[in-house]
Design a protein around this ligand. Sequence first.
Ligand code: FE2
Length: 197
Amino acid sequence: MILLPNLPFEKDALEPHISSKTLDFHYGKHHNGYVTNLNKLIEGTELSEETLESIIKKTSGKDDKTAIFNNAAQVWNHTFYWHSIKPEGGGLPYGPVAKKIDADFGSYDVFVQKFKDAALGQFGSGWAWLVQKDGKLEIIKTSNADTPIAKGIKPLLTADVWEHAYYLDYQNKRADYLDSFIKNLINWDFVNANLTA
Ligand code: FE2
């Protein structure tokens, strides 16, 4: 049985960048829905006693387990996303990740450009990620429910670019949502904790 984790902030805490109405749907309906669907799909199977991470790894790439993978990965991705953002976040990085961004991308501005390019270049639904791969920071994007942890890649930060993440607040303007995500929402404490874990 997989449980829906609590949000790490109040539903109105991200306003005006992400509204409580968006969180009512995104967390209360979408994230919760993935948890409910996953539990129905694994009930009575050998996966029902596994951790979420284990379910994702065991079903990744298996044609007969696509529905389980999609729901499990979406549960994991959303929990990671809620921790990737915080009230009064965003802006310049600090701590170990700031040095690492300069070392691996050249500058914060290059990081921002690459992150936006990945997020805007993801056709349809998916996720943009800052990851650590072979010791270096990289920006990647994944489609639909796909998640770096299925491939053993360490995620540090994610932006949900499914329309349900931004449509009520920004309509079709994904770029405006991303600008706000970068300027006002990124939780660099979480990124640093992931980097040094
Ligand atoms: Fe989402």
